[in-house]
Design a protein around this ligand. Structure first.
Ligand code: MLT
Length: 248
């Protein structure tokens, strides 16, 4: 099994992902929102790459049970029901609902990777659950860090490094690309205090400035949730062996 990491989605096109097993990470905050929403009872998440499309597929689609969520420049979009703070996605608000999610980087990264054979969603909250699943699957995998506007984000790369480090403790024969080795080294340095790393990151600073300090504590929690979000046919759902490409 070989581990590789794309430090941002910028330099590849959609076809690059064909046939791959991919894990998308956007710690601040899209994948933390997806993991939280599914854990709190959302029926499914529909990631979209434009606000116009989000508006189009809401309304009567999905049995009228849709919620529009996401952000522009970290803030809730006019006409949407929820922003992009995982703390908003409580069971009372989202249980049984289909959530259409537009975010600046994270939802677009998932859509870019849509031709993957297997596509999982990860953040610190569900890290060990994804690690165990990938080890069981035993396939080469690619971690796609959503980054920010096509550039590197430390929080996504540290999370990717921690994911591979956790996997290596279960199977030390995993082969590593150069980017995987670099992410492991970054996790060794910055993964000791994830909250500090998030607070000092560029995106973390912006979130603090815009009033989302509590999101950083929430997103820093390792293994607080044990679900595997899986993307297939335009929708992210909780992993269910019967409805995926995976045979275990
Ligand atoms: C994104 O997808 O760019 C992020 O989730 C932005 C945010 O923190 O809201």
């Amino acid at each position: 099994m070989r581990a590789n990491i794309l430090l941002s989605p910028a330099n590849v096109d959609e076809l690059y992902f064909t046939g791959k097993t991919t894990v998308v990470i956007d710690v601040l905050r899209a994948t933390s929102v997806i993991v939280t929403a599914l854990n709190n009872g959302a029926r499914e998440i529909i990631p979209v790459s434009t606000v116009d499309f989000a508006m189009k597929v809401s309304g009567n689609a999905f049995g009228g049970q849709t919620i529009l969520g996401g952000e522009r420049n970290t803030k809730m979009i006019e006409g949407f029901n929820l922003g992009n703070s995982p703390l908003e996605y409580t069971p009372e608000v989202i249980s049984g609902k289909s959530i259409i999610l537009y975010t600046t980087n994270g939802s677009k990264a998932i859509i870019k990777a849509k031709f993957s054979e297997n596509l999982f969603v990860c953040c610190f909250n569900n890290l060990s659950t994804i690690a165990k699943h990938l080890v069981t699957l035993g396939k080469d995998f690619l971690i796609l860090c959503a980054g920010t506007a096509g550039t590197f984000s430390i929080e996504d790369t540290v999370c990717a490094g921690k994911l591979i480090t956790t996997m290596l403790s279960m199977d030390n024969s995993i082969e590593l690309s150069d980017s995987a080795r670099a992410a492991i080294a970054l996790n060794k340095t910055f993964g000791k205090s994830i909250l500090k790393m998030l607070k000092e990151s560029e995106h973390g600073q912006l979130l603090i400035k815009n009033g989302f300090k509590d999101d950083l504590s929430y997103c820093s929690k390792v293994d607080s949730i044990n679900i595997i979000p899986y993307y297939t046919s335009g929708i992210v759902k909780k992993f269910d062996n019967g409805s995926t490409n995976i045979e275990l």
